[in-house]
Design a protein around this ligand. Structure first.
Ligand code: SF4
Ligand code: SF4
Length: 415
């Protein structure tokens, strides 16, 4: 079996009321129950561990609402179940997306002990974050989130930032990046804010930013990221575009050939093919009564997967299609017409027209670096001198090529 990632919509409630968040809005076709009952997980996690045994990888992510509202004992039970039922040598990886408000020393210790990757929602400095990310009393959450990020750091938790892009921050890229740099937040992901009505997958895509605005945001972001070809801060979209330029597997479904990486489980145990397709029409079954094989093999999922394969006429004739891969089918302008264009097409064209040459330069440098890594596995330090030819085969001196100390400052050129 290929690896299968499971995303759990752990709880349906949240302790913030962010201006752009659809969790404070009713969603068509969904009945709310507040969290996935532990007895459902007790039944399902053993099946899942069995299912992924051949791939040796169990990838689980915990989202919400706000998943920490389920309580730390709920998560202690989860890691116990995972450890009890994982078939050696399965590697278990857990990720959680949180607004950070409930994190204290106990949570931070827990995340550290069980190597959770913690995604924190943070929309930039206080002057941007608190415009949207407020609690029910209208108070901003920035100061509390930053204090809790410090706790996570104290416990050496792996941390990344999810920054939602809306009118509150889209034109302030330099300020945004300066803030993340000052706060030493080096793993960043940006996501354009969706309009409420578009969270129903049967409605057309609608975002709180235009495609032109988002394209210009990406251009400015790229300029901040690229530096002199030695990026310091990891930004997921650029990593993903580089993966496609280098012909590697993509870790984002959006830039992959297929939408088959994941399943999503909601609070009632209902399963859907994607977080953006939570709707009765796309339901694959329920974990109480349907096997994982039955969920994965459901004909509704076959129809879902075909959407990514159906490139729009514009994509078919586009020079960027091998890099962008038509982006996410959820963003096709008309749901019923798969040959229609993508809401963010203009954004990608703007970005790639601007950045492609530099991305390919970086891609070539990374390919050389990979050769260097492969060719130095069995070399001793004494064989690797600054004035010898670089093991990557470029013909340049090692000190001027893969041994250039400047490269070591980039996350892309790490051993
Ligand atoms: S529809 Fe979009 S978000 Fe969902 S799996 Fe496909 S690419 Fe990913
Ligand atoms: S840039 Fe637009 S046309 Fe080109 S592949 Fe991406 S979505 Fe399709």
């Amino acid at each position: 079996m290929p690896p299968l990632h499971l995303m759990f919509k752990t709880v349906s409630t949240c302790n913030l009321e962010c201006g752009y968040c659809y969790y404070s809005q009713p969603l068509a076709g969904r009945q709310r129950s507040w969290r996935i009952e532990p007895e459902l997980l007790q039944k399902f996690i053993p099946y899942y561990m069995d299912y992924v045994a051949d791939s040796h990888q169990a990838n689980l992510s915990w989202q919400g609402g706000e998943p920490t509202l389920a309580g730390i004992d709920y998560f202690r039970e989860i890691v116990n179940l995972e450890a009890r039922y994982a078939v050696p040598p399965t590697i278990i990886s857990n990720a959680i997306q949180t607004n950070g408000l409930l994190i204290d020393d106990e949570w931070a210790e827990f995340f550290s002990a069980f190597k959770f990757l913690v995604g924190i929602s943070l929309d930039g400095p206080e002057s941007m974050h608190d415009l949207e990310r407020r609690d029910r009393t209208g108070h901003g959450s920035f100061k509390r989130v930053m204090a809790h990020i410090d706790l996570l750091r104290k416990h050496n938790v792996d941390l990344n930032v999810l920054c939602v892009i809306g009118q509150h921050n889209i034109s302030r890229v330099s300020e945004l990046m300066q803030f993340f740099h000052q706060e030493r937040l080096d793993y960043l992901q940006f996501m354009p804010a969706m309009a409420f009505q578009a969270t129903n997958p049967m409605n057309p895509p609608s975002y709180l930013v235009t495609a032109e605005q988002y394209g210009n945001f990406l251009i400015n972001l790229f300029n901040q990221w690229y530096q002199t070809g030695v990026p310091i801060v990891s930004i997921r979209i650029f990593n993903n575009l580089l993966q496609n330029i280098l012909g590697k597997n993509n870790d984002s479904c959006i830039y992959s050939e297929s939408c088959d990486m994941s399943l999503v489980v909601d609070q009632k145990g209902d399963v859907y093919p994607c977080d953006f397709y939570i709707h009765p029409l796309w339901k694959l079954g329920n974990i109480r009564e349907t096997s994982l094989e039955g969920l994965v093999g459901n004909p509704i999922r076959t129809v879902f997967l075909q959407q990514k394969q159906a490139f729009s006429s514009e994509c078919q004739n586009c020079k960027w299609v091998s890099i962008c891969r038509g982006e996410c089918p959820r963003n096709k302008l008309h749901r019923e017409n798969l040959s229609d264009s993508n809401y963010f097409c203009t954004s990608y064209k703007l970005l790639l027209d601007h950045a492609y040459t530099r991305l390919t330069v970086l891609g070539k440098r990374l390919s050389k670096y990979q050769l260097y890594m492969n060719n130095t596995v069995n070399l001793s330090a004494s064989e690797l001198q600054p004035d010898t030819n670089c093991p990557c085969g470029s013909g340049a001196l090692y000190k001027d090529c893969c041994g250039d100390p400047v490269l070591a400052s980039s996350y892309l050129f790490q051993d």
